[in-house]
Design a protein around this ligand. Structure first.
Ligand code: MLT
Length: 411
């Protein structure tokens, strides 16, 4: 009989979102009348239709595939040049950041990239993650065998946890000890916090001092509204030598179902071998894509490219304005209900303190039963998330307004 990957057995009960879905399903089966009124503010999944520019771009691509003269088979494994170039130009070079087209690797999303990246990183690396954290960073490392078992506090042996609390506005400070890989996500999922230039500079200095890498998830950078907040880790001097950045079209172009994102892998990034050589990680990452993937489909890449046209950018801005408008409504309603509210200004997530003595899952159950609103319990993101819930602003305006009305009942 074949052996299985026993690292999977170390994972906690289930990935957070399927676990929430299971509880909601059970509730709806038992309460069919409430099921009709249910509003989902749990998983951060977009609700609004795709931008017209992306649809037109994808349609044109499909038409091309339907004619012999313009048909295309396998594309470049790293992504088409037209998309890599649009990304490097608009997201980086237009902002004074030197990133070349071939440092962009197109993928099926940044959740996926966060897992794929472990293919080219050694098993010896000491890993640091924030607490609370987007669970994918933890679980992918558990699956890859980079941790010991989970403790009764929900923490895995072998991971350095960086507590993020209200006292530090949910931004972690570099640890006293040396680690090799640090996962950072700003604007943050789940807390909605942003890191200032000074804070990110301290992280780059830490990484340079310890020859560590920052794995910087910038999937929500387009939601930054306040001036002066870095959108990319490469805005910080020295980051090209120590940071990999992940970005996604999921929360900009509404591509959560379409699937497209990218990784920035600078050629200046060096990692070491166990015999002490220093080699560029870019070559390994390129090899990984050539061997394991044929990138995402041509129509999807044309759709993503179209998001960078003038029309596409205006439509993306409209979508973000819509979701941030929801966030403002939800923030105000939660504040009026007497709850402590964070985030939602530079991010589509609102991080809400539960009333004293009420746990995250108790609040989840209460909101499900009494308000028929699904949220995400903060404890699902880590021990420091206990006593918080996350409300997602990804919704229609009418649903956001209805949730705001229902929140009044918590007063
Ligand atoms: C979330 O709800 O945290 C997001 O949907 C996760 C994701 O983008 O994968």
């Amino acid at each position: 009989m074949a052996f299985l990957n026993e690292n999977y057995l170390k994972l906690q009960a289930g990935y957070l979102f399927p676990e929430i879905a299971r509880r909601v399903r059970d509730f709806c089966e038992a309460n069919p009348a409430a099921a009709d009124k249910l509003i989902r503010c749990g998983i951060g999944d977009v609700t609004e239709p795709l931008p017209a520019a992306a649809i037109a771009g994808m349609r044109r691509a499909v038409d091309e595939l339907g004619k012999r003269e313009t048909f295309r088979g396998y594309g470049p494994e790293q992504g088409y040049e037209f998309l890599r170039s649009a990304i490097a130009q608009h997201d980086y070079r237009d902002h004074g950041i030197a990133i070349s087209d071939d440092e962009i690797f197109v993928s099926d999303g940044s959740k996926c990239d966060c897992g794929y990246i472990l293919d080219v990183l050694g098993h010896q690396n000491r890993i640091a993650i924030t607490d609370p954290v987007y669970p994918v960073y933890v679980d992918t490392n558990v699956m890859a065998g980079h941790t010991g078992p989970v403790g009764s506090d929900g923490r895995y042996e072998g991971i350095t946890y960086l507590p993020c609390t209200a006292a530090t506005k949910f931004v972690p400070e570099p640890p006293g000890e040396a680690v090799d890989l640090v996962y950072l996500c700003f604007p943050n999922n789940p807390t909605g916090a942003v890191a200032s230039r000074e804070q990110l500079t301290r992280w780059v200095e830490y990484a340079r001092a310890h020859d560590a890498f920052l794995l910087f998830d910038a999937a929500y950078e387009a939601y930054i509204t306040e001036p002066g907040i870095p959108h990319s880790i490469y805005e910080i001097e020295g980051a090209r030598e120590c940071a990999i950045e992940f970005r996604s079209f999921s929360k900009t172009g509404g591509f959560t179902g379409v699937r497209c994102g990218f990784t920035v892998m600078p050629k200046s990034l060096l990692a070491r071998t166990s015999d002490g050589r220093q080699l560029p990680l870019h070559a390994l990452w390129n090899r990984r894509w050539s061997t394991k993937s044929n990138s995402v489909s041509y129509p999807v890449q044309r759709g993503a490219e179209a998001l960078y046209t003038e029309e596409g950018r205006a439509q993306v801005a409209g979508l973000i304005k819509h979701y941030l408008g929801n966030a403002a409504i939800l923030r105000e309603a939660a504040t009026d209900a007497g709850l402590g509210v964070f985030g939602g200004i530079n991010a589509p997530y609102i991080w809400v303190k539960t009333p004293d003595g009420v746990s995250s899952w108790e609040m989840f159950d209460r909101m499900l039963r009494e308000l028929n609103v699904v949220i995400t319990p903060g404890s699902g993101f880590g021990a420091q998330g206990e006593g918080y819930i996350r409300i997602s602003a990804f919704n229609s305006r009418s649903n956001a307004e209805e949730v705001a009305t229902r929140l009044e009942r918590l007063r």
